[in-house]
Design a protein around this ligand. Sequence first.
Ligand code: IPE
Ligand code: IPE
Ligand code: MG
Length: 245
Amino acid sequence: MDPRPTPVPASIERSGVPHHVAIVMDGNGRWAQRRGLPRTEGHGAGEEALLDATYGALAVGVRALTVYAFSTENWRRPVDEVRYLMNFNRGILERHRDGLNDDGVRITFSGRRDWRVPKRVLKSMDDAAELTRRNRVMTLNIAFNYGGRAEIVDAVARLVADGVSANKVDEKAIRSRLYHPELPDPDLVVRTSGEYRISNFLLWEMAYSELVFTDVLWPDFRREDLYRAIEEYQSRERRFGGVDQ
Ligand code: IPE
Ligand code: IPE
Ligand code: MG
C-alpha cells in the first residue's frame, strides 16, 4: 500500500505519461557527507526515496520503472560499502516485495549474475521475481550489477551462441537478446545529484530517451520530483530523427 497517497498534479497530461521511466539514483554519498555521516547512511536513506518514487510512478500510470541500484563499476568501491550495498538491496526486496506484490508490481532485474553477487542476494532476487511475475500494473526493473556495455556484450555472446549468421545480424536480433526485450525503451531517463553523465546505464535502450537532470540528491528525491521530471518530459518535442509535419 502506498504509504503516502498524494494527488497527481493536474498539470500532468495523463495521456502523455511516459511508459517507461529510468532513474540513475545518485548522490547518496554526498547526502551523507553533508550531514557528517558515513556514506552508507546515505544509501540507507535512499530506501524511502525509492519507495516514494515507485508509488508515485504507479499513481501516475507509468508502466515500467527501471532504477540503477548497482553498476558493474561499483565493485571498485571500498569492500565495506560494497558489502553494505549487497545486504541493503537484499533487505529492500525482503521488506517491500509483499507490499509491491499486493499492488500489482512485477519485480525484475537487469544485470549480471556473476560470482561476486552473494548467493543470499541472488536468492532474494529470485524470490521477489517469482512472487511477482504475474503482476501487470507496473514493472519495477532493478538494474543490479548492471552495465550497459556488459548488456550489449551479453547480447552479442548469445547471438553467437545461437549461431546467427552475419547477414542475419540486425537491431532486432540484438534487441531481442537484451536483458528485458519485453520492456519498451525508456521514454524518460532521470539522473539525480547534478551529475551530467550516463555512467554506463541502458546504453542501447536510451538511444532516443529524453534526459532530465536534477540537482536533488537521491535520498531527498520524492514523487514530486518525479512529477516535475514528467512535466519537463511533456514539454519536450520528440522527433526521432524526423522533422515536424
Ligand atoms: C548512488 O549514490 C548509489 C550507488 C552508486 C550505489 P553514490 O554512492 O554514488 O553517491 P555519491 O555520488 O558518491 O554522492
Ligand atoms: C551510477 O552512479 C550508478 C548507480 C547510481 C547505481 P555512480 O555514482 O556509480 O556513477 P559515477 O561514478 O559518478 O559516474
Ligand atoms: Mg555517485
